[in-house]
Design a binder for this molecule. Structure first.
Ligand code: SDX
Length: 428
């Protein structure tokens, strides 16, 4: 919605820039004509103050520590909803009625198997390959299997590709784990919930029956809900940028997985648990907090800080409560949880963290829960990718359906060598 324009003058220019207002959140200055009218680019490495698109999916208020999917607060979805319903909300924008929810669940459930030939991709990996490397490769390979759902201009094919990705990502994730431990792949069980089926594909073996633990099933479903979408984060922006060229949707999601893997982003849950293990005991926390504050030391407290949240990450709060429940249910007395609780307390009192508004983020407690549930640390980011696939496909679909969508092509501030002539070898 346009509001009063912004006048910009100085450096030889005097222009008015349109200002647009969303339904909530900061207004935006429309700079689409800025270069044509001024001959200048704007400069914002890391896009700290740049809106890359218009979206109606997820809203974050970093100062208040609020997160909403299609307007529904994450706390309410965590308490009252389930991951399949959240996938529906992210894709379609509204809560499903009973029939719509049953149809969606059936559509996803009946797409959980992967092409049998996909199994062969795994044997090309070393057994000790990081499962995120396997996810990038195998999800990218889906681009070669589904030629009937890659015309992104066909709404039906867009939907089929989205459903296939949501349905198959847990199957591929569990296969990456099974391959790493030398156990046989477990086929999906369509009688189970999305979370229950994933736990069974991960932890069951042919030799013994597997009963899904309802507490772990609920915790898994909750972790998927909390990680489903998060506005225009690095991996979502990667999916949007890849998709803006019209690329194959499966390849776009593989690009998102690659970006999520970084320790500054989704890889932080694995890095955070490794950090807690390195700290090991409460009495060593001050040493690590000092390192995190030391400009000369590249070490950062994994699981703390966020580009947007300058308050508690609301997902971390829910995750902390879930950690208590899971550890109690499993009768696990994990000293790392005590270290995490004490680290949170110390960091939140330390002036450095208070001044820089560095709070625990979604990755801080997830590692504790996942470790208690039996997931190896190397699988933590894979689980993040399983959940975030629902957000990625929803954002990708919104981008493709946006009539103003153009290929993403940022510019630069060039500080290299200006034009010069080539010098022959004899003259150098
Ligand atoms: C996710 O974008 C999303 O929405 C991501 C995500 C999602 O759902 O998609 O929420 C998931 O990626 C959560 C973040 C997980 N990453 C980590 O926990 C890694 C540790 N955190 C940092 O790497 C950092 O906080 C970032 C990357 C998360 C945010 O970095 P920014 O916004 O680029 O901020 P910055 O690096 O410029 O830091 C600002 C200041 C700096 O000090 P000064 O240069 O101003 O003196 O805060 C300091 C930083 O040195 N700082 C930290 C710190 N994080 C920032 N110091 C110590 N420990 C930290 N963790």
């Amino acid at each position: 919605m346009p509001t009063d324009p912004l006048r910009l003058s100085g450096n030889g220019i005097d222009i008015e820039l349109p200002v647009m207002e969303g339904s909530v959140g900061p207004k935006v200055v429309d700079i689409r004509k800025f270069y044509a009218e001024t001959g200048m680019f704007t400069f914002d490495p890391g896009f700290t103050a740049t809106a890359s698109c218009e979206s109606q999916i997820t809203y974050i208020d970093g100062d208040l520590g609020e997160l909403q999917y299609r307007g529904f607060p994450i706390e309410q979805l965590a308490e009252h909803s389930d991951f399949m319903e959240v996938c529906y909300i992210l894709l379609f924008g509204e809560l499903p009625n009973t029939a719509e929810k049953e149809k969606f669940l059936s559509d996803i459930t009946n797409h959980t198997m992967v092409h049998e030939q996909l199994h062969r991709f795994f044997s090309g990996f070393r057994r000790d390959a990081h499962p995120m490397a396997i996810m990038v490769g195998v999800v990218g390979a889906l681009a070669a299997f589904y030629h009937d759902s890659t015309d992104i201009n066909d709404p039906h094919q867009r939907m089929v590709a989205s459903y296939r990705l949501i349905a198959k990502i847990p199957t591929i994730a569990s296969m990456a784990y099974k391959y790493s431990v030398g156990q046989p792949f477990v086929y999906p069980d369509n009688s189970l919930s999305y979370a229950g089926n994933f736990l069974k594909m991960m932890f069951s073996v042919p030799a013994t029956p597997y009963i899904v633990n309802p507490t772990l099933e609920r915790a898994m479903d909750l972790i998927f809900i909390l990680h489903a979408d998060h506005e225009q984060n690095a991996s979502t922006s990667t999916v949007r940028l890849a998709g803006s060229s019209g690329a194959n949707p499966f390849a776009c999601i593989a690009a998102g997985i690659a970006c999520l893997w970084g320790p500054a982003h989704g890889g932080a849950n694995e890095a955070c648990l490794n950090m807690l293990e390195e700290i090991a005991t409460v009495d060593r926390i001050p040493e690590f907090v000092a390192r995190a504050k030391d400009k000369a030391d590249p070490f950062r407290l994994m699981g703390f800080g966020h580009r947007v949240y300058k308050n508690f990450d609301p997902r971390a709060t829910v995750m902390r409560d879930t950690a208590h429940e899971v550890l109690e249910e499993l009768g696990v007395d994990d000293p790392l949880f005590d270290v995490a609780m004490e680290l949170e307390k110390i960091a939140l009192e330390d002036p450095y963290f208070v001044e820089k508004k560095l709070y625990p983020n979604v990755d801080f407690y997830s590692g504790i829960i996942l470790r208690a549930m039996g997931f190896p640390t190397s699988m933590f980011t894979v689980l993040f990718a399983v959940a975030r696939t629902s957000g990625w496909v929803s954002q990708w679909k919104e981008m493709v359906e946006d009539p103003r969508q153009k290929i993403g092509r940022p510019r630069q501030l060039f500080t290299g060598t200006p034009k010069r002539d080539f010098v022959q070898m004899a003259d150098r």
